[in-house]
Design a protein around this ligand. Sequence first.
Ligand SMILES: *Cc1c(COP(=O)(O)O)cnc(C)c1O
Length: 568
Amino acid sequence: MAQYSTDDFINEPKIAYFSMEIGIRSDMPTYSGGLGVLAGDTVKSATDLKLPMIAITLLTKKGYFKQELDIYGRQTELPDELDPVKFMIPIKERVSVCIENRDVAVAAWLYVIESATGGRMPVLFLDTDLPENEEQDRGIAYHLYGGDQVYRLKQEIVLGIGGVRMLECLGFEIKKYHMNEGHSSLLTLELLLRYKKDIEEVWDEKLVWDFDKVRSLCVFTTHTPVAAGHDKFSYDIVGRVLCNMLPIEVMKDLGGKDNLNLTLLALNLSNYVNGVAKKHGEVSQGMFPGYHINAITNGVHSFSWTCDSMKRLFDKYLPGWANEPEIFVRVGRIPDDELWTAHMEAKRILIDYVNREAQADMNYDTFTIGFARRATAYKRADLLFTDVEKLARIGEGRLQIIYAGKAHPRDENGKMLIQKIFEYKDRLKDRLKVVFLKNYNMELALKLVSGVDVWLNTPLRPLEASGTSGMKATHNGVPNFSVLDGWWIEGHIEGFTGWAIGPSSEVAADPSKDADDLYHKLEHVIIPAFYNDKHLWIRIMQNAIGKNAYYFNTHRMMRRYVTEAYIR
Ligand SMILES: *Cc1c(COP(=O)(O)O)cnc(C)c1O
């Protein structure tokens, strides 16, 4: 890594990809969940494809958090320290941003993603932990999604405004700014200042702002229909923290009358906007009438989300798959027994891990369901336990269940969900093995999605914008059993690629019936197929790869961003 400098990358104009979190490697705690992992997969595919891109994010030195769980499932959070020297190169240049009328110096660390294709891509991690800054400003980037509203706004100033200034300072020429979620949309304000029209006699103050120019430079991806996912700041806070960047009337025109809404700001200043799955595009269109919302369905980085045993198998029968996931269409060339053997190898690694970490006493041959994602109300981690007796009757002696997931430190309901699962686990302990693994991260995610037999997802429709862990499962031949929301609406073919829970996305949701449907299929369709019809089961595993992994990968996604959003 040490051999690189940012000068190595200023040879051609670039797409600047801004994201509050980017999960590149499990041991760099610069991500919390789906958004960050997607950002990481995005830049990895961009590197494989040699796209002219640079990514900008924050150096979250204290990470999101390390999760501890006591025997009751009560979560405590510990800092997840990051020492950038181990991974990145410090950059000498400094820029400054105005925060609360102080000049805050911003530095950057360079991380270079290296692809086996020869692609190289720079990622800048912005940092304010500098001796020249006042004590109170040194920790602005420390905690991912930590602190209060003021803290969040300061981070977003560093990311959006500091990011654009750093790119310029380092000599990068930027042809598109891609805002991955609204967190970075303050960058539009910096661009407005930069592209002010040169009008001699201004008779209307508003004429100096070149909104069209800024729009032509900006692409915005919205990621969630959940209100909390859209940052809003009172103009009182904005006035205090953001200094007087732009006249307040201009900000209100662009970001909303009552609050500065960063999603609205991004919508108003981007000429390409998209949601992250077809359904999410439609839902977002309903949330933001008057804007044109496109849809580019998410994917995952195939190479990163395929376990070792499957990688070996794909290399043998589908050479070239990692940089051309379309080759999965030929999955039928893999002999059934070899596919099963590769799966069992991954399953053994997982079960050994679970037994070692949690003394779960699970076994290799029992049908195993996996469920791991952020513990938050709409994901309904407890749906499986709606009728504990019934679950025990269906699963006794033939089902084991593995859970994992963190709750945001201030999401009390999410924390309660983890405790509930611990309660059920104890209640069922003589009849059904359930385990909850602590500290869900990318490394554990790969073990889980490759080592279970079915990947379960039970969100409350239509709140799962896309979901990506199910796509990871498909790369390992693990079929999905999920509510028809997000990506699964597009990936699901009943009994062929996996199974649906509840009705089609075309008809009204009836969450009260979801659990019944889940139990019914588990008992009468899925468990019998697993134990009694290996031939059918392996067909479904093949289809997960050949029909789902084939499509739900970030190589396909990036090619679409290029043709639909970047080259316009
Ligand atoms: C993939 C991933 C997620 C996102 O999964 P969803 O299914 O979208 O909830 C979250 N956390 C980690 C660690 C992941 O690897």
